[in-house]
Write a protein that binds this ligand. Structure first.
Ligand SMILES: Nc1ncnc2c1ncn2[C@@H]1O[C@H](COP(=O)(O)OP(=O)(O)O)[C@@H](O)[C@H]1O
Ligand SMILES: [Mg+2]
Length: 309
């Protein structure tokens, strides 16, 4: 449905996007995941036809997009990272403006306006000025604006940044509704929990390049560990961390305060690990396990944490 082929964009000597390729199937939710500065917004800009690539191609349903008047652009809805709303106008007036950009007016515009306001849960706020909206409500209206012309493919750039948890959940629900309606969604985020929850396929970007792309399950299989074991030690005088890290089946070992965190290849090794601990001054009072996440995969691939990057 949406194809990026070897997209490149430089700003001066900075290669913001450096040969990005991927395919998004119809009805799929595709996540572009990466730290700030990875090149996500620039990639979205090229997909939307708003940023001219230095090289490479974008196709929507097999058609090239070229020029501002390309009819293929009507198939696209773009939800920008920066809000694109007029604060002094009502929600309805904002939507009327967006509708007009796509040639909607009169009864047709009013119908779409009702549809998108209902979708994002703001039907009762149509007449309110946007300046009275919370950050989360503005984000939801920003999404509604991109949907006025009922696009098949929706590009969303960090739609949940700076949003309260309640609005974030509302936006998730909106995205799930759009997916259920058969829309194709491409979504950027630097929150890996979100990407894990929403996306069918993910491309992890770093420094302008796609460093891994797969299903969520496929990416998680790239993690170097099958589980983390979090062991709360009774005392914080455990002196055998280096030896613990060298045990068979242990990939990583860190100690923070009294909590020992072991990355292990197989949970089958756990009983002997715990026995080893008890016989090496590592008496413990609580043990829990944690699955690897996309954060683990990013750390493994780049040596950096997605959160810190
Ligand atoms: N218009 C621009 N002019 C100069 N540099 C830019 C411009 N847009 C983005 N960049 C730079 O390109 C890199 C990628 O930016 P961006 O695509 O916004 O990344 P992301 O959305 O992943 O945070 C960053 O280093 C950013 O500073
Ligand atoms: Mg961005």
């Amino acid at each position: 449905m949406l194809t990026a082929e070897n997209l490149k964009k430089a700003y001066g000597s900075l290669q913001a996007v450096d040969g990005v390729s991927f395919r998004v199937g119809p009805g799929e939710v595709f996540g572009l995941l990466g730290p700030n500065g990875a090149g996500k917004t620039t990639t979205i800009g090229m997909l939307a036809g708003l940023v001219a690539p230095d090289s490479g191609e974008v196709r929507i349903a097999g058609h090239h997009i070229s020029g501002d008047t390309s009819p293929q652009k009507r198939r696209l809805g773009v939800v920008p990272q920066e809000l694109a709303l007029f604060d002094e106008l009502s929600a309805a007036a904002n939507l009327a403006l967006f509708g007009a950009l796509y040639g909607l007016s009169g009864a047709a515009a009013a119908k779409e306006q009702d549809r998108v306001l209902t979708l994002v849960g703001l039907a009762d706020r149509a007449k309110d000025k946007v300046s009275n909206f919370s950050g989360g409500m503005k984000r939801r209206l920003n999404l509604a604006a991109a949907l006025m012309h009922d696009p098949q493919v929706i590009l969303l750039d960090e739609p949940t940044v700076g949003v309260d948890p309640q609005s974030r959940n509302a936006i998730f629900d909106n995205l799930e509704t759009l997916k259920a309606a058969g829309k194709t969604l491409l979504y950027t985020t630097h929150y890996m929990e979100e990407a894990e929850r929403l996306c069918d396929h993910i491309a992890i970007m770093d420094h302008g390049k796609v460093i891994a792309t797969d299903t969520v399950a496929g990416l998680l299989r790239q993690a170097p560990v099958s589980s983390f074991v979090l062991i709360d030690l009774v005392a914080n005088d455990f002196a055998n961390l280096v030896e613990a890290a060298a045990l068979p089946g242990v990939v990583s070992a860190t100690l923070s305060g009294r909590q020992l965190r072991l990355g292990v290849q197989s949970m089958g090794d756990l009983p002997q690990l715990l026995r080893w601990l008890l016989s090496h001054g590592g008496e413990f009072e609580h043990v829990q396990t944690e699955r690897p996440t996309l954060e683990t995969v990013f750390l493994h691939l780049t040596g950096r944490s997605l959160r810190d990057a």
